[in-house]
Every structure is written in C-alpha cells, then in structure tokens.
Design a protein around this ligand. Structure first.
Ligand code: HEM
Ligand code: HEM
Length: 349
C-alpha cells in the first residue's frame, strides 16, 4: 500500500472497506435463467422509481400545495419554466410505466409460482409495495388540481369512506377533516412527497434484502442443461439492467415529446363533470363499483386484496386439495382476463 496516492490512502483510512469484500458482495452469482428478460423485470420499476424521485423532487421546487395557487403553479411549470413541461411529462410517463412494469413483474412472479415457500413473505412485501404505488398515483393525480383530477380525489375519498369499520377514519385522514378542504391538498402533498417515498424505500429495502437472502427461485421447468449454471451480478447482470435503463430513458423521452402531460380546466368544486375518470390502473375498480353498489363493491375489492395478499398460502391449500390439477394457475388466468376486460370496458364507456 506504500505506493498508494496520499489521497487514496486517506480515503481508505476514512472508509475502511476491504476491496475483496466489496468484490465478493457485488459478484453474487445469478442463475442462468435470469438471462431471459421476463425473469429480470424487477429491475425496471426500480429504475423508474429513481427517475420519479429525481423528477418529483425537481417539481417540488416549483409546485405549490395550496388550492388557490396549485393549478397556477402546475400551469407555470408546464408553460413557462424552461424544460418544466419536460420534467413534468417524464414524471407523468414514468409513473404510468412504473405501474405497468410492476404489473408485468407480478405476472412473471405469479405464473412461475416464484412466491412459494420460502418467498411468501416477500410476495406480501410486494403487495404492500403495489398498494403504496397506487396511493402514489392517486395522491399525485390530485396535486394537479384540474377539474378531472379534483373530482377523482372526491370520488376516491368517498370510496375509502365506504370501507367497513376503518373507512370513516381513513376518509377523514385523507381529507384532513370531515369534508374536502384546503387541508386535503396539503395532506395529499405530504403523503405524496414524504410519507410514500419513505414507505416505499423501506419496503423496497426489505424486498431486495429477501431476494439477497433467498436468492431467486429456480423455475420448475428449468432446462436440465442450465441447472446450476450462474453468471456474476457485476458486471454482467448490471450491464443488462443498464441497457434496460437506457432503453427506458429513450422511451420516456419519446413519450414526453410526442404526448406531453396535459392540463385541463382548473378544479371547480361547485361543478361536477359529466364523466369522472381516474388513472387507468383504477379502471377495474371503477367498473366493478359501477356494476355493484358502493358497499358491496368495496367489500368485493377488500376480498380481492385479501386473496391477493395471502395467495402463496391459498395456492398451497389448493395444491393439497387438488394435487397436480393446476387450479391455482387457472384462477390466475381468469383473474387476469377479468381485470383486462374491466379495464377495456371502463376505457371505452
Ligand atoms: C420521491 C418521489 C416523488 C416526488 C417528490 C413527487 C412529486 C410530485 C409533484 C410535486 C407532483 C405535482 C406536479 C405536477 O403534477 O406536475 C407530482 C405529480 C404526480 N406524481 Fe409524483 N412524486 C414522486 C414519486 C411518484 C411516484 C413513485 C409515482 C408513481 C405512481 C408518482 C405519480 C405522480 C402522478 C401520477 C402525478 C400527476 C402527474 C401529472 O399528470 O401531472 N409520483 N409528483
Ligand atoms: C417497485 C416495485 C418492485 C421492484 C423494484 C421489485 C424488484 C424485484 C427484483 C429486482 C426481483 C429479482 C428478480 C426479478 O428481477 O424478477 C424481484 C423478485 C420478486 N418480487 Fe419484486 N419488485 C417489485 C414489486 C413486486 C410486487 C408488487 C410483487 C408481488 C405482488 C413482487 C414479488 C416478488 C417476488 C415473490 C420475487 C421473488 C421471485 C423469484 O425469486 O424469482 N415484487 N422483485
């Protein structure tokens, strides 16, 4: 070490981490099946979250969370600030792509049954991440304070209120009082830029720690020739993730250029619009509520979330009752098709 530059020596003393330990930590062997892209989809929402945090923090410098100036501040970001429209559009598209990326990741995990023992808890952390993400979308949309987004918030708070037992407390907490008021926007802002980022970083930490502790699941149908073969995380897997990140950056740029985030009329609490539209990922829930009553709809949605949360255990029970019949996978296929039909139905009505 005597030939080391004094600055390098100083840094080594200040940060006494052994290079060999770091090398071992970063070259974790990755099973060969992760070379197939659908097995490595988990990296895409992670990258999009970094983009969302960076653009979101930039927006926070100019966004003003008060009903009389919120719309004006978004309008200023969109029409006046240099590259404001671009940052806002990238935030808008990254949010949509992140939800899509997570849904694809869930499909992969679900249909390869990678949630089975000992990964049940990690599946449950995943479900908590998904709920956090939907709350991100709901609160972010309400910040725009245009007519549609305002009324989507009103309806969302009403739906929350219909939840048995905890509903009234939840709605009161979201609204910051008995009714929608100036407190509501402040609440949504704090939830969006403080509570949720903290929660999601914690949950992602747990999710990734679990992956590190268990390693990734080896798929049932893994090719005999591929069994036991691995490749190092650094640089091979990291490179794949970086290429995916680059592709996503290009996609985000193109989407922001050809379809920049729009801004409708300012919110008017006295005029209910004819059609209230939430973000697309709430379409199935919206359609379901229109098909049932509010109370039955909310109970049904709660049952769905319950089944989704405890799915690894339900799968195990189904396997014990009907061994080798693939019942769990058929339930999954029917569930996914129903969600797609409800989304398309709501989109076109
Ligand atoms: C640290 C993280 C984040 C910060 C600081 C942040 C901050 C902000 C701010 C200040 C706005 C209002 C400005 C505007 O609408 O133009 C906004 C809007 C929004 N945010 Fe975030 N955000 C973060 C993460 C996320 C995430 C993870 C999502 C994922 C779903 C998300 C979804 C949205 C949506 C849908 C909007 C409305 C966009 C529009 O159409 O204009 N945000 N965010
Ligand atoms: C921001 C959201 C998420 C991120 C960044 C993320 C990230 C990851 C990563 C990097 C992996 C390693 C394997 C792969 O790339 O597929 C993984 C595996 C896993 N994820 Fe996620 N995930 C997220 C959301 C979810 C959700 C919503 C669920 C379930 C509802 C979930 C359940 C799982 C499970 C069970 C595994 C283990 C799979 C295996 O071992 O093959 N994740 N996740």
């Amino acid at each position: 070490m005597a030939d080391q530059h004094p600055a390098a020596r100083w840094l080594r003393d200040a940060f006494p981490i052994d290079g060999e330990v770091l090398k071992e930590f970063s070259s974790e062997p990755i099973p060969n099946h992760l070379k197939r892209w659908w097995y490595a989809l988990g990296g895409t929402p992670l990258y999009l979250f970094i983009v969302l945090a960076a653009t979101g923090i930039s927006l926070t410098f100019y966004y003003r969370p008060s009903p009389d100036v919120a719309y004006e501040s978004v309008s200023r970001i969109t029409n006046e600030l240099r590259f404001g429209w671009f940052i806002r559009s990238v935030h808008h598209w990254a949010a949509n792509l992140m939800v899509l990326a997570v849904l694809l990741h869930i499909l992969r995990v679900f249909f390869t049954r990678a949630y089975r023992k000992p990964r049940e808890l990690n599946w449950m952390f995943g479900v908590a991440i998904l709920i956090t993400l939907f709350t991100f979308g709901f609160s972010g949309y309400s910040l725009v304070y245009e007519q549609l987004s305002y009324w989507a918030t009103v309806v969302g708070a009403n739906i929350a209120e219909a939840t048995p037992i905890v509903g009234p407390y939840m709605a009161r907490f979201l609204r910051g009082g008995a009714d929608i008021s100036s407190n509501t926007l402040t609440r949504m802002f704090v939830i969006h830029i403080g509570v949720l980022p903290t929660a999601v970083v914690g949950l992602l930490g747990l999710h990734l720690l679990q992956i590190r502790l268990h390693g990734v699941a080896i798929p049932d149908g893994e090719h005999e020739a591929d069994r036991g073969k691995t490749f190092p995380f650094f640089p091979n897997h990291l490179m794949t993730e970086l290429v995916l990140g680059l592709a996503l950056t290009i996609l985000l740029t193109v989407l922001a250029l050809i379809a920049p985030a729009s801004l409708g009329d300012p919110a008017n609490p006295n005029v209910t619009p004819e059609h209230i539209k939430p973000e697309w990922y709430f379409f199935p829930m919206f359609r379901w509520l229109k098909l049932t009553s509010f109370e039955v709809g909310v109970l049904g949605a709660m049952a769905f979330v319950g089944v989704f949360l405890f799915w690894p255990f339900i799968d195990r029970l189904l396997e014990r009752l009907f061994p080798g019949k693939g019942v769990a996978m058929w339930i999954g296929v029917v569930g996914v098709l129903t969600l797609i039909v409800f989304t398309v139905w709501e989109a076109f009505v």
